[in-house]
Design a protein around this ligand. Structure first.
Ligand code: PLP
Length: 425
């Protein structure tokens, strides 16, 4: 028996589904999850010592590749000075200064330990600031697993969402409106009817949780204009896109100044660190200054701050994001060519260190379109690539991630592997 399978079976005895986050269980693609033994650069090695070229990168944090020596050294040095204090440190001030410097919309921020905490806290803050209850999200955007965000669209236009998970009271989700991504008319209609009751709109400014989906310029402009007009808080959830699509994030690419931004993944360099921040007048509502409560035993953890700060400094090297963008674009173009040659309907897209491939004849613009792709073909491709030693996200609804360790030569090897895989499936 493979060691991966052995660990999976053992894990299932003591961990529900054998995993600590559902997508890791390979539910959509079937087969045995790869248990990671170690990772370095663009690669990881599984429990059977098989090597994989990794395009998941811990679902986003590994923008410098795995185990970057400078990041590891910073964490080791921090660890030697103590693991957690529950009192402020200089590093927390430094990383906050660094983020505020890189993101002009963020005047103040607070550190937390996960993206879920960041979005949950930003929503509480938006509600506390506006004194309103309603929140707007978009179908297919994932913002972590807090109750009010685990919501799927209701049955019609302007109906409130239904819980998308057991254990979430309908009473909680009745305050969440779920709209369609890139639907400007629906957004405008919603604000016309309920605008003065809406506390905030939260979105993935480039969606990566329904495969890779970009917003139209009209959509992001309408979002900014309508939230401003009706006094609602615009929250850019950049947990995934932050410092990955560009140094000034998706908001920089869009030329939009959101009121609040949530960050995670890259900002912690692989350690549990996330943040929410934005306009100083809104942030002033957070305790201890204001009456919106938010706290955390491990918030601003010194090891996480050391990893994050080192990562943020390294990605500011000149040309870092241009190079990353070129690598992703090369991969996207190469995959599309390979599919064309194989006669397989597949389109691709990329931005910065994110890419998407869709077993469908057009690049999707919404969740409804994303779900039109050919799932059986995706599964076959996923496993064929796994056999080739290329690890893609084990779900058709997740974006892929590149890192600065994915050299042009590795991208070209991946394209060659895809050509063989597509010919086989
Ligand atoms: N927001 C976005 C856009 C995400 O992609 C994720 C996680 O993938 C989250 C929030 C939640 O972050 P975490 O898994 O750190 O709680």
């Amino acid at each position: 028996m493979s060691r991966n399978l052995e660990l999976f079976e053992r894990g299932k005895q003591v961990i529900p589904g054998g995993v600590n986050s559902p997508v890791r269980a390979f539910g959509q693609v079937g087969g045995t999850p790869r248990f990671v033994k170690r990772a370095a650069g663009a690669y990881f090695w599984d429990a059977d010592d098989k090597q994989y070229l990794d395009y998941v990168g811990s679902w986003g944090p590994a923008i410098l590749g795995h185990a970057h020596p400078e990041v590891i050294k910073a964490v080791q040095d921090a660890a030697a000075g103590g693991l957690s204090f529950g009192a402020p440190t200089e590093g927390e001030v430094e990383i906050a200064e660094e983020i505020c410097k890189l993101l002009p919309s963020v005047q103040q921020l607070r550190l937390v330990s996960s993206g879920t905490e960041a979005t949950m806290s930003a929503i509480r803050l938006a509600r506390g600031f506006t004194g309103r209850d309603l929140i707007v999200k978009f179908e297919g955007c994932y913002h972590g697993h807090s109750d009010s965000l685990l919501v799927k669209a209701g049955s019609g236009l302007l109906t409130f969402g239904n819980p998308s998970s057991g254990g979430v009271p309908a009473d909680t989700t009745k305050h969440t409106l779920v709209l369609q991504y890139n639907d400007v008319q629906q957004l405008a209609d919603t604000f016309k009817e309920l605008g003065d009751k809406i506390a905030c709109v939260i979105l993935e400014p480039i969606a990566g949780n329904m495969n890779l989906i970009k917003p139209s310029a009209e959509f992001v402009q309408a979002l900014r204009a309508l939230t401003e007009q009706y006094g609602a808080v615009l929250i850019y959830d950049e947990v995934m896109t932050g410092f990955r699509v560009a140094l000034n994030c998706a908001q920089g690419l869009h030329g939009i100044t959101p009121d609040l931004t949530t960050l995670g993944k890259v900002v912690g360099g692989g350690m549990p660190l996330a943040a929410f921040g934005g306009r100083a007048d809104i942030m002033a509502k957070i305790a201890p200054l204001g009456n919106v409560y938010q706290a955390g035993t491990l918030s601003g953890n010194p090891l996480a701050v050391a990893a994050g700060l080192t990562t943020l400094r390294l990605i500011q090297q000149p040309g870092f994001h241009d190079n990353l963008g070129r690598l992703s674009a090369r991969l996207a173009a190469g995959l599309a060519d390979a599919a064309r040659e194989a006669g397989v309907p597949m389109t691709t897209d990329s931005v910065g260190g994110m890419f998407g491939f869709y077993f469908s004849s057009k690049v999707p613009a919404s969740y409804a379109e994303a779900t039109q792709c050919d799932i059986p073909r995706f599964k076959a491709f996923f496993h064929a690539m796994l056999d080739e030693g290329v690890y893609l996200a084990p779900s058709a609804y997740e974006a892929g991630f590149t890192s600065s360790a994915h050299t042009e030569a590795l991208i070209d090897q991946t394209i060659a592997a895809a050509r063989r895989a597509l010919a086989r499936i």
